[in-house]
Design a protein around this ligand. Structure first.
Ligand code: AMP
Ligand code: FE
Ligand code: FE
Ligand code: ZN
Length: 279
């Protein structure tokens, strides 16, 4: 049986390993395909594709776009887009600028809470690439202010917590359009973070399918068997492709293991074919 991991992060966003290393680890784990899906950034895709060719593993160009959604967290995965598409790159640039404006404000909020932290320290932890909240969490842990990522997000970094700062996001339909405009397919990541009931989710997705959504991440480490069964039903009703991934972040996310897509395991290569052939 083939198996694929369609959700992973590198140092280009908030993962702890460079794109080349993530691809090598996926090949060593025996995965047949890997999608690199850095947050709002496709800077690692070229290196990942190249390493994939060397290591003999199929690498799917990917991205995970943070979209606007009041009730919870909305992440839209994009696959098989053209990485050189100018419009997509420009929109991702806008998101990267919004992030760069937000980040120092988080540091300031933490300072105002009496925490001894500088934005330079956070940048150092992130390396040369894009800074994300897990990097703040890492510094808070290193300083002994929190014991783990959960506490960092629960007390300071999570939505509406003490050091939370909002940033510009595109609406979900704009995310679908930017992915589709570049020849790619849009998939809803970890649907539970939208914070909706099954009825609400089904109704919303019906609209989103009309707007271009093609798939939903059904297989995911945080999903229970029961959640997977519910999401499968909703996906089948709406004709959505059932994808899955580990959301691997290396050491920047507790318990994320490449190739661990939750209780039902990772999807097969068939899902990659479905994504590639999606109209
Ligand atoms: P950012 O894109 O910089 O706003 O950071 C969001 C990232 O933080 C997510 O993609 C996760 O990697 C991480 N994250 C969000 N919430 C939590 C949480 N409660 N615990 C651990 N990591 C989280
Ligand atoms: Fe992340
Ligand atoms: Fe996500
Ligand atoms: Zn992710």
């Amino acid at each position: 049986m083939s198996w694929v991991d369609l959700h992973s992060h590198s140092t280009v966003s908030d993962g702890s390993f460079p794109p080349e290393a993530v691809v090598r680890m996926a090949a060593n784990a025996g995965l047949d395909a890997l999608a690199l899906t850095d947050h709002d950034n496709i800077g690692g895709v070229a290196a990942a594709l190249k390493t994939g060719r060397l290591e003999g593993i199929l690498v799917v160009p990917g991205v995970e776009i943070s979209a606007e959604f009041q009730r919870g967290t909305c992440h839209i995965l994009g696959y098989f887009f053209d990485p050189s598409d100018a419009a997509l790159r420009e929109k991702l640039d806008t998101l990267q600028r919004a992030r760069a404006e937000r980040n120092p404000k988080i540091a300031m909020k933490l300072q105002n809470l009496g925490i001894d932290i500088t934005y330079k320290e956070v940048q150092a932890v992130a390396g040369s690439e894009q800074v994300g909240r897990p990097h703040f969490a890492r510094v808070l842990m290193d300083k002994g202010i929190v014991k783990d990522f959960n506490e960092a997000f629960d007390r300071f970094l999570g939505k509406d917590k003490a050091a939370y700062v909002d940033k510009f996001r595109y609406r979900p339909e704009e995310a679908f359009a930017m992915i589709q405009g570049a020849g790619g397919v849009a998939v809803l990541a970890h649907p539970y973070t939208l914070n909706l009931s099954d009825e609400e989710l089904a109704a919303l997705l019906k609209q989103w399918v009309e707007w271009g959504l093609k798939g939903m991440e059904v297989f995911y480490p945080d999903h229970t068997e029961e959640m997977i069964a519910r999401y499968e039903r909703i996906a089948d009703t709406l004709g959505l492709i059932k994808t899955g991934g580990s959301d691997f972040h290396g050491n920047n996310k507790e318990g994320s293991v490449l190739g661990d897509c939750g209780p039902r395991g990772c999807p097969s290569m068939d899902v990659v074919k479905q994504l590639k052939q999606a109209p």
